[in-house]
Ligand binder design. Sequence first.
Ligand SMILES: Cc1cc2nc3c(=O)[nH]c(=O)nc-3n(C[C@H](O)[C@H](O)[C@H](O)COP(=O)(O)O)c2cc1C
Length: 352
Amino acid sequence: MPTSGALNLILQAAHQAPSADNSQPWRLGWFNQTLSVAYDTARVSHKTFPADSPATLLTIGAAQENITQAANAIGHPLTWQVPTSLDPNQPVYCQALLEQATESTQVSADALPLFKRHTNRLPYRAQRLPETLLNTLKKQTEASAHVVVIDQPSTISQVAGLVKQASEIRFQTREIHEWLAKSLRFGKSSGSYDDGLDVNTLDLPPGGIAFLKLISAWPRMKILNLLGAYKALSFIDSRPVKDAPALVAIVGPSGFQDILAAGQLMDRIWIDLNAQGIAVHPYYVIADQLHRRQAGAIPAGLEKQADAVFTKAREIFQFGEGETLQMLLRVGYPKKTPVLSKRLPLEVVCSI
Ligand SMILES: Cc1cc2nc3c(=O)[nH]c(=O)nc-3n(C[C@H](O)[C@H](O)[C@H](O)COP(=O)(O)O)c2cc1C
């Protein structure tokens, strides 16, 4: 049995994981020496990605990685039990059996790199990343998930084009637009919100906040789309990718356990890069549209555009049989420290 301090550190570590739109969809349970990670249906369903969506599985994989890193740091052996698929009636993704530590180590959260991981959506310096680092990144794997590093300017430019194309579909997709609108948190200063996307953490151009408020309601967005709003937004969205010194893609199959593994790999790389002073900005839009295409969920009339995204993505990211892009990270040396996102109080996400 871990001490209450050790258990608290592990729970905090899980809760510090990145999540799509900062939705923090996890419900953490502690029973019979076992830590479980489930979907908090009552709190988040219909407000963000569903329990079995690839975005949520990536998020949960990241929480799993944080739990593993925290447990390792305090010297607690841990065994994961992961089902082969998610039970929709009882959406428990994984359970960690924590054994007695032979020698318990006192560690403060400040000493763990996972607590310093964060999203940086600001512009980065043009400086290239060291060749040795890029080569190390290319070799990273977790189960079926692997990494593709893109650092040639012409290929980076092609990926920026793909982000733009995928974003154009996204800004014409009602469901994604409404999830985003529900997660946006408007306020003059940061710090007032503990979940969702605080607009102060976004790199918005002048007038951006007012524009986001304007388009939050889908009927208005639909009208503005007739005037080409989706094109302007997609251009703004893809611009930082064009200027990126490097991109890191997480590629792998899309089974339940495969995407959890991709989430672990994404989080591990993100923590390591941040610990080396390198900023990370996830771009989920291409991966999302590829999954939606696979699920037949592309809005009518946009299927050809989604097919074009798939064909080009397969060529650039060199998908093997059954593989797809699970996540794209823009990486580089930061110019500035971003506003950090908050978390809900731990007791809101825990059943202990
Ligand atoms: C599955 C997933 C998808 C994400 N997609 C995006 C994205 O497309 N664009 C973006 O700016 N941030 C994206 N993020 C970053 C989250 O918004 C971020 O993790 C969350 O707001 C918490 O902030 P933090 O990473 O600084 O802790 C994504 C994160 C995850 C786990």
